[in-house]
Each structure stands twice: as structure tokens, then as C-alpha cells.
Design a binder for this molecule. Structure first.
Ligand code: MGD
Ligand code: MGD
Ligand code: SF4
Ligand code: MO
Length: 700
């Protein structure tokens, strides 16, 4: 066997962006075949390890269920009945239908829909923006994962930037706050263990006793704190109350680098730990001790990712969290501060304008495009032309890099939209996902080992090269190739709609030596050499200081100072609703073999994880006559979902959980976790409140 090794980078929406090596068999005569895919031991972050999702990536590439040819729907929408057609026929039909929609309703009746199913630079930001910008289509606010974290932090620090998480190695207290590191960010765990071996203590704050919380060791002074979902802000306010009351602030740092300290002090004066205990249901002495530890065990590093943004007060969570290190002067110390996504450091290397070319909207000569929020998809697709939100009226829907029926909240409303006869739907996919099953035309997409690309990570600083290892199987094409073909089919002639991948990469990464990147496999995004993102004490707010009080927020109609507001869909926010639906429902990432919605369909992934279930504690189950394993109905005003019961001690009383990522055929009644979830937007930042969902459960 004549083999060679090709190096690449994982494209999944995962903080780890691991480096991998593909062994390709080039035996004469046959098309090259990938025979092995393993972690690249030289990769500076992932160091040779992948994960239970991607260890079997070649099962995905060579799955018999892959979509390899264009398909046209021949049965009712959602029936999954398709016939194979040629690319030419598919493109001709798409162009005819899109032109008809544009002629009748205007280009704004076309909604492009995508997320980070492949978060590589070309696959996620390549020609799609140019193509739909040129058309004048509605723009999509891709706010489902991450932007709310940044929008919250920016109100305090003027930037979403924070520490590189690898700096936690230097911390003596590590707070994992609303992140499930061992599941969702597993390659960071060795850094946490290194810090622990140097004496660091660990605190995990999560409404679920996750596998990360299981790692705490109370004998070493570690702690697991389990607040009611959506209430952490009250705990942070009480921490600040204690820190100020006990004189544990760094007054010199506050004096030099912050604004609004007196207002903050006023705002937290009433937030005693006893008051916060009522809101969070965490003992007052636990909150008190957390505050004292946070201010005195130094350096104190907070690690957070995405989980906590999925509440109505998600932006305020991060705005408030960002006040803590400023109060204690933690940013001055290496290993002190907050580590979140570091994607914006890699952005320094990227000229996104050149990738997306917003000027082409003007070149297209069409009316200015409007923007609609992806979390509102159900409402958008069920709204007539000129209705709310913002005159939705969508007649054509083009999806790539995303599986909205499984991942967007309020999914039954989306299904109702998908069933519309007058909606023309195109889905570019690797598999016949729940979403693809509703398409009029399905187009075959490549996997990561089938095209060159560059991965801009958000969990570490190593920008990765991805080399194609094999040719696309069947008639699959990459996302950029899709948009070149669509542009030609539409009759567009603007030359930059047809830029090839090499040109796109060169223009997008003006400061990067691409030959060097290709040769080495990675380059590190610029980051302060002393490890301290705000070591100089300068911040990007209007005042140049940390803003404990914010004029910007006031102008946006939000409280100037950190404030706890209970989510409206919650026990405190709407007691009447909570009387009907007394359980708070979380729908988190749960399975080691799943990555969002992308793996449950594979035979070594879904079946190995068992199946979906609803978890609750024994008392809540007993009160409803629910036995472990029995089928139950979980419902609210949005939907009713049948699931087997799993009695657990990982949750608190009053909280239930359903793992997200399973498809409809894996659920007993074809409804999924997101059929139940809330599509209310966050107070600011455009995120969505999946985790402010109330339900009731009864035996079936
Ligand atoms: N209830 C609940 N819902 C959630 C979440 C939650 O915690 N709970 N998490 C939310 C979060 S944080 C996120 S990021 C989203 C993720 O939701 P999605 O973005 O939908 O994520 P994936 O399931 O990873 O990927 C979607 C699809 O992209 C396809 N794909 C992969 N590579 C390519 C490619 O190169 N080209 C094309 N055309 N397609 C490709 C895959 O086959 C897959 O079906 O889910 C959100 N939804
Ligand atoms: N195995 C696996 N890994 C993944 C993914 C996957 O699907 N599977 N998805 C990837 C993606 S797209 C992303 S964005 C990242 C996300 O990475 P994380 O942000 O770490 O993951 P989540 O599960 O979304 O949320 C983390 C935790 O937030 C908790 N949480 C919810 N509400 C609250 C609250 O009010 N307060 C506090 N303190 N905690 C709360 C949840 O219980 C959960 O345990 O993971 C990535 N990695
Ligand atoms: S999914 Fe995440 S952990 Fe797994 S290989 Fe990809 S980047 Fe690494
Ligand atoms: Mo995400």
C-alpha cells in the first residue's frame, strides 16, 4: 500500500480546533482513499488527541448515508422522498425559483441560513456574503452562539477580549463558571490539571453537576456551587458586596483604571449574601466564602464559555462577571482575569471585509438588505409578507452549515414554516438531516478532508491550515464552490463572485504567509507576551477604563450598573406561568460522541449514547408518579415531547434536563428538545434564551 500523510484541522464548532493527520492510500488505479485519521502529535494545542466525536471521522466521510448527488423532493415536505438529479438540473431549478421569488416579492424574500457547522474561514465566511449581498437578500443575524458573551463583556471592558485559557496554568483559584470543560473543551483540561498540581483550587458553578463538576475534590478546597438557572448575577452582586464590605478591593487599581465605582458600590449595598441566597438557592455562607476566596486566593482566573449566555439576562451575566476582576485588580496578575473565547485575537489576521465584500450589496443595486435574527426562524417563516418581525415574508430559504430544525429554539413553529407549500427550500448538506428532509432541493456538501481551508479557532490561538486529503466523493462540492455555481446559474457576472479559493484566502489573510502556514500547519495569533490582556490597564470603553457604570447601557434603555432581573420565563419572572409549568428545563450538550446535531445519526455514535431522555430528581419524579425508565410527556405552550424518564441526582429540585442534538426519528414522538425551548432574545446582544424554558411533566 502506497500511503502518504496529509495534515488538517478540525472544522467543528468546538473551542479545541484540533490538528489531525490523515493517512491516504494512493494505490495505483484507484482514487485516493483516506484510511486513517488521527490527532497530530505535533499540534501545539491538541497534542495528538482528538475526541470521541471525531476519532471516527472517516465513518462520517465514508458513511453509506452521505448525500453524494443533488436530490429533488418527490414526496410531501418532510417525507424524505427524493430523486437524484444532475447538478445542471438542480441549479437551473434553483435559479428559476429564486428569480421568480425576487420578481414577485423582492430579493428580501430570500433568507440565507447558516451557522458554524463548518467554522473554517472559506466554509463559513467565503463567498456566501458576496453572493447574497449581491442579490440583496435578507441578512441573517448569526447570534446563537457567542456574540452575547462579547456584547456583555464589551459594556464593562469595551472589548470581548480576555485571557488565553492556557494562562489558567498560572492561576491559584480557577472558577469554571457556566462551562462544562471536560465535555465541551476537553483539550483545556490538562492545563487545569497542571494548575491543580501546582496547588490551584477549583470552583465549578453550574445548575447541573456535570462531569466537570464531578472532578472537584472537596478535600483540596475545591467547590461545586449549584445555583438555580439564570440567577448567577445575584450571586455576583453579593460577591461584590462582600468584597467591598470586607475591604478586599484593590483601591489603587480601581482608582486608576475604572469608572463608576461609587455607583457600583451603591448598587450592591443591598445585595447581602442572604438576599442572594433567596434568589439563587445557594447558602449565604457559600456565597460569602466564594467572595473571600475570589479576592484573596491569587491569581484568580475565571473560565467561561457559552452556556450562561442562553438566558434572557445572558448579556448582563457577562457584563457583571467582568466587573469582578476589576474590583480585585486581578487583570494586573498573570493568571488573573477572565478567559472566554479568544477568536478575536485571530481576527487580527483576517480582513473579513475582503471575504464578505459588503460593498457588493451596493454593486448589486438593490434595496438595502434587512437583518433578521436566526433564533426567530419559526416566527419568520410563519409571518406573511409585511408582518412582524420586520416584515418577514420569506419565500425562499437557502441553508448550509446548519440544521435549524434540531438546533434553533421553538422548533415546532419552524416545522410549521417548513411545511408551507409556497416556501422554496434549498439545503446544502452531508446528510439528510431533519432540515434537509424538508428541502425541495438537497445539494451534496464536502467534508473537511475534501477541500483546503484555514481554521480560525476561538478556544486557543493557533490558526490552523487544513489540506484536502481526498477528492470529494460523488458530486459533493465545498461551500465556496456552491456559491460560485449559484452565482453563475443566477446569471450574475460580478467577477469577485467567482474568486477561487486561493485568491479568497490570500485576500482574507493579508498579514499571513500562506506558504509558511501550509508548510508548518499553524501560526499563532498575536497575544500579549506577558500573558496579561489588560496588563497596561487600558480598556476600549469610551472612557478608556473599566465601566462599572455605563452611559452606553443607559442609552440602550438598560440599567447603568450591574442589575439582576429574573428571566421572564422563570419561576420568579412569571409566577402564573410557573404555576402551570413548574420545572425549569435545561437542554445542554451532554454526549461525548455528539457535536451539536452532527453525529447522532451515525451508527457508532447515536446508538452508543442510548437515546434521548428527560432527567429530574427523585422527589420531583415521585410527586408526578414518574418511575425511572417510564415514558413521560414533557410539555409547555410551545410543544409536547414524549421521553423516557431518567431519575438523577445531578440536578436540583425544580430543574429538568433533556440532552440536545438528537433528531426527530430518534425521539419517540418525533419532537426534539428544541421543540420546547424559548425563542425570547437576550436583553441585548441578540442571543437567545434557550435555558429560560418552563415545562411540566406527566406520566404517559
Ligand atoms: N437546546 C439547545 N439548542 C442549541 C444549543 C444548546 O446547548 N441547547 N447550542 C447552540 C449552539 S451553541 C450552537 S453553536 C448550535 C449549533 O448548531 P449547528 O450550527 O446546526 O451545528 P452542527 O450540528 O454542528 O452542524 C450543522 C450541520 O452542518 C453540516 N456541515 C458540516 N460541515 C459542512 C460543510 O462544510 N458544508 C455544509 N454545507 N454543511 C456542513 C453538518 O452535516 C451538520 O448537519 O446549536 C445551538 N442549539
Ligand atoms: N461533546 C460536545 N462538545 C461540544 C459541543 C457538543 O455539542 N458536544 N458543542 C460545542 C459548542 S457549539 C459550544 S458553543 C461549546 C459550548 O461550551 P460550554 O459553554 O462549556 O457548554 P454548554 O453545555 O453550552 O454550557 C455549559 C454549562 O452551562 C450551564 N448553564 C446553563 N445555564 C446556566 C446558568 O444560568 N448559570 C450557570 N452557572 N451555568 C449555566 C449548563 O448546565 C452547562 O453545563 O461546546 C462545544 N463542544
Ligand atoms: S470536535 Fe473539538 S475536540 Fe473533537 S477533534 Fe474537533 S476540535 Fe477537537
Ligand atoms: Mo456553539
Amino acid at each position: 500500500m502506497a500511503t502518504r500523510t496529509v495534515h488538517g484541522t478540525c472544522h467543528h464548532d468546538c473551542p479545541d480546533s484540533c490538528g489531525w493527520s490523515v493517512t491516504v492510500d494512493d494505490s495505483a488505479g484507484a482514487a485516493p482513499v483516506a484510511v486513517k485519521l488521527r490527532g497530530n502529535p505535533d499540534h501545539p494545542y491538541s497534542a495528538g488527541e482528538l475526541c470521541p466525536k471525531v476519532n471516527r471521522f472517516l465513518d462520517r466521510v465514508y458513511s453509506p448515508d452521505r448525500v453524494l448527488h443533488p436530490l429533488r423532493r418527490i414526496g410531501p415536505k418532510g417525507s424524505g422522498q427524493f430523486e437524484e438529479i444532475t447538478w445542471d438540473d438542480a441549479l437551473a431549478e434553483i435559479a428559476t425559483r429564486l428569480h421568480a421569488v425576487i420578481d414577485e416579492h423582492g430579493a428580501q424574500a430570500v433568507l440565507p441560513f447558516s451557522d458554524a457547522g463548518n467554522q473554517s474561514l472559506l466554509a463559513m465566511m467565503g463567498l456566501s456574503g458576496r453572493f447574497f449581498g449581491h442579490m440583496g437578500a435578507t441578512k441573517l443575524d448569526r447570534n446563537i452562539c457567542g456574540p452575547t458573551v462579547g456584547a456583555g463583556m464589551r459594556m464593562t471592558n469595551g472589548t470581548g477580549r480576555g485571557m488565553d485559557a492556557l494562562e489558567l496554568e498560572h492561576s491559584q483559584l480557577i472558577l469554571l463558571w457556566g462551562t462544562n470543560t471536560r465535555l465541551t473543551n476537553r483539550h483545556l483540561w490538562p492545563t487545569i490539571e497542571t494548575a491543580r498540581s501546582r496547588g490551584a483550587r477549583l470552583v465549578v458553578v453550574d445548575p447541573i453537576r456535570t462531569i466537570t463538576a464531578e472532578a472537584i475534590d472537596p478535600d483540596r478546597g475545591d467547590r461545586f456551587i449549584q445555583p438555580l438557572p439564570g440567577t448567577d448575577i445575584a450571586m455576583m452582586l453579593a460577591m461584590m458586596h462582600v468584597i467591598i464590605r470586607d475591604g478586599l478591593t484593590d483601591d489603587a487599581w480601581i482608582g486608576e483604571h475604572t469608572e463608576g465605582y461609587d455607583e457600583l458600590r451603591g448598587a450592591v449595598a443591598d445585595w447581602t449574601p442572604t438576599r442572594a441566597a433567596v434568589v439563587t438557592d445557594v447558602d449565604a455562607d457559600v456565597i460569602e466564602q466564594l467572595a473571600i476566596d475570589y479576592a484573596t486566593v491569587r491569581p484568580a482566573g475565571i473560565r467561561t464559555l457559552i452556556g450562561a449566555e442562553h438566558h434572557e439576562n445572558g448579556a448582563m451575566f457577562f457584563r457583571t462577571l467582568a466587573c469582578l476582576p476589576a474590583l480585585t485588580g486581578a487583570w494586573a496578575e498573570r493568571g488573573g482575569g477572565i478567559a472566554k473565547s479568544v477568536g478575536s485575537y485571530a481576527d487580527d489576521l483576517v480582513d473579513v471585509v475582503d471575504v464578505v465584500r459588503p460593498d457588493l450589496e451596493v454593486a448589486g443595486g438593490r434595496s438595502p438588505a434587512r437583518t433578521l435574527n436566526m433564533s426567530r426562524l419559526g416566527r419568520i417563516l410563519t409571518t406573511p409578507h409585511a408582518g412582524e418581525p420586520a416584515g418577514a415574508g420569506i419565500s425562499a430559504f437557502v441553508v448550509w452549515n446548519c440544521n435549524p430544525l434540531v438546533i434553533v429554539p421553538n422548533a415546532e413553529l419552524i416545522r410549521a414554516g417548513f411545511e408551507r407549500d409556497d416556501l422554496f427550500t434549498v439545503v446544502h448538506e452531508q446528510f439528510l438531516t431533519d432540515t434537509a428532509q424538508y428541502a425541495d432541493i438537497v445539494l451534496p456538501a464536502t467534508t473537511q478532508i475534501e477541500s483546503d481551508d484555514v481554521v480560525l479557532p476561538w478556544g486557543h490561538l493557533w490558526v490552523g491550515w487544513n489540506a484536502a486529503a481526498i477528492a470529494p466523493p460523488g458530486e459533493a462540492c465545498s461551500n465556496t464552490e456552491l456559491f460560485r455555481r449559484l452565482a453563475a446559474a443566477m446569471g450574475y457576472t460580478e467577477p469577485s463572485l467567482f474568486d477561487d479559493d486561493a485568491t479568497l484566502l490570500r485576500d482574507a489573510l493579508p498579514g499571513v504567509d500562506l506558504d509558511e502556514l501550509r508548510r508548518v500547519g499553524w501560526i499563532r495569533a498575536p497575544y500579549p507576551a506577558d500573558g496579561r490582556p489588560f496588563g497596561d490597564g487600558r480598556f476600549d470603553t469610551p472612557s478608556g477604563r473599566v465601566e462599572f457604570a455605563s452611559d452606553q447601557l443607559e442609552r440602550m434603555g438598560q440599567p447603568r450598573v450591574p442589575t439582576f432581573v429574573a428571566p421572564r420565563e422563570g419561576p420568579a419572572g412569571d409566577p402564573d406561568l410557573a404555576a402551570r409549568y413548574p420545572l425549569q428545563l435545561l437542554t445542554p450538550k451532554h454526549h461525548t460522541r455528539f457535536l451539536n446535531s452532527g453525529y447522532s445519526q451515525l451508527p457508532k455514535h447515536g446508538p452508543a449514547e442510548g437515546g434521548p431522555f428527560v432527567e429530574l430528581v427523585a422527589d420531583d419524579a415521585a410527586a408526578r408518579g414518574l418511575a425511572d425508565g417510564a415514558l413521560a410527556r414533557v410539555w409547555n405552550d410551545r410543544a409536547s415531547v414524549a421521553l423516557p424518564v431518567r431519575i438523577t441526582d445531578r440536578l436540583r429540585p425544580g430543574v429538568a434536563a433533556i440532552p440536545f442534538g438528537w433528531w426527530r426519528h430518534q425521539h419517540p414522538d418525533g419532537k426534539v428538545a428544541n421543540s420546547l425551548t424559548n425563542d425570547t432574545l437576550t436583553e441585548w446582544g441578540g442571543g437567545v434564551a434557550y435555558s429560560d424554558t418552563l415545562v411540566e411533566i406527566e406520566a404517559l
